[in-house]
Design a binder for this molecule. Structure first.
Ligand code: FAD
Length: 400
């Protein structure tokens, strides 16, 4: 009999963690990992590269650090769709890859909610190319200002006031003084504006912590505007506030207003909502037990709220452990186990030495929260990349 084949799509928090676990379990199966990149990206730090406070290399590491070539075949390619009828994965450059069991962990894509011009003019924090572009764009606008002194070059607008927005704004407030110095700009001319439809910034935290975060960013010069962005073109951003239409001329517009699961999930005909599939208890797909979906492409209902858990690296990694166990069990013909999420807390960075968070029911802010953030980041590096990767890439100094 031919050996069974497990194919993992995506080498992010979910996929790479699952591969690491499976390699350790030594199942009697061929393992395949497919990703468009040959590196793993610490997506939770992308905002730092976007703001220009970290370089791309600092938040990525080679997949070679995790892949055991004796057990795993790695294919670097873009997944186009899953052909469920013939149990194979369609790739951009390579021949289709057949699977017996499939684990989908292709992460997220920006969601524009049909806002006019957003896909073209809005910049989003989603992967290394996108954040490298944002960093270059912001710097490019400062450079342009030195030539024509048009004020919009120095206006940076951010759509959305959630987790990613606050983390990005926190870093940006540290980056701006450097740009001001480099391009000899008057501080008063630089404006950072965050536009959000409701007064509920950072909705995942209690109001006390959310207000702390908003005040800290305001103190560092961020202006908050309550308004709903309705469009963007090459000239300006359109938004509605107090039942009136407004426009804003800004050289840079970053969209952090929402994400959906990978479009591959949509292209493959799964029963999904915004690229997320409601998985069964053991993380498989309702009508096909050989396909498991984890991370941002999956939806698991929180029994307390009755709504899907927010998509996080935390849940993706816990799902990965359960998915690896279940794939191994399926190969052996043993029963699978249900996934149970254990919430470990959330910390949102506000830039260097500052953060807000809730850990084990306790509120944290300022430096203690920032230290906790680094502990969490180092733990995730160690859990996937290994201790050596954590030592090389980890966050140890307080000033970073
Ligand atoms: P990912 O880790 O995104 O991995 C997806 C992988 O699939 C990538 O390697 C990608 O290259 C690959 N891929 C995608 N499409 C294709 C394709 N078509 N073909 C081939 N390969 C493909 N979560 C937290 O828990 N804590 C935080 O503090 C936190 N902070 C965040 C800060 C920011 C700025 C952002 C953007 C997100 C943050 N998150 C945080 C959310 C977290 O990053 C995601 O929930 C997590 O990355 C999801 O893991 P995943 O395995 O589903 O996908």
């Amino acid at each position: 009999l031919d050996r069974k084949r497990i194919v993992i799509l995506g080498a992010g928090y979910g996929g790479l963690r699952a591969l690491k676990k499976l390699q350790k379990m030594k199942p009697d199966a061929e393992l395949f990992l497919i990703d468009k990149n040959d590196y793993h990206c610490e997506t939770t730090s992308l905002h730092e590269v976007a703001a220009g406070t970290a370089d791309a290399e600092e938040i990525c590491y080679s997949l070679n650090l995790v892949i055991d070539r004796k057990r795993t075949t790695f294919i670097q390619d873009t997944v186009m769709r899953v052909d469920r009828k013939f149990k194979r994965v369609i790739l951009k450059e390579h021949e289709p890859i057949a699977y017996d069991y499939l684990l989908i962990s292709l992460g997220f894509e920006p969601e524009y909610f049909g806002i006019a011009g957003m896909d073209h003019y809005g910049l989003s924090i989603s992967d290394i190319p996108s954040v490298t572009r944002i960093r270059a764009h912001i710097e490019g606008e400062f450079k342009k200002w030195t030539n024509d002194h048009r004020p919009e070059h120095l206006i940076i607008a951010v759509g959305g006031a959630g987790f990613t927005s606050f983390e990005f704004l926190g870093e940006l407030t540290h980056r701006i003084p450097k740009l001001i110095e480099r391009y000899q700009v008057d501080r008063q001319l630089v404006r950072v504006i965050c536009i959000e439809p409701t007064s509920d910034a950072l909705p995942m935290f209690n109001r006390h912590l959310a207000e702390y975060g908003a005040h800290k960013l305001s103190d560092r010069g961020v202006a908050f505007v309550i308004g709903r962005v309705s469009g963007i073109d090459g000239e300006q951003i359109y938004y509605k506030a107090d039942n009136q239409e407004h426009t804003l001329r800004a050289g840079t517009f970053i969209w952090t207003g929402g994400v959906s699961g990978s479009s591959v999930v949509i292209e493959s005909g799964f029963d999904q909502r915004r690229g997320r599939v409601m998985v069964t208890d053991d993380l498989s797909v309702a009508d096909d037990a050989t396909i498991l979906i984890i991370g941002d492409c999956s939806a698991v209902i929180d029994p307390e709220s009755g709504r899907p858990y927010p998509t996080t690296a935390q849940i993706a990694m816990q799902q990965a452990d359960c998915a690896a166990y279940n794939l191994n069990a399926m190969l052996d013909g043993r029963p699978t186990k249900p996934f149970v999420f254990k919430f470990m807390g959330t910390v949102c960075s506000l830039g260097r030495d500052d953060a807000v968070g809730e850990i084990m029911g306790r509120d944290l802010k300022g430096r203690p929260a920032s230290i906790m953030k680094k502990v969490i980041e180092n733990r995730s590096l160690a859990k996937i990349g290994g201790v050596e990767t954590m030592i090389k890439k980890g966050r140890f100094s307080l000033s970073k």
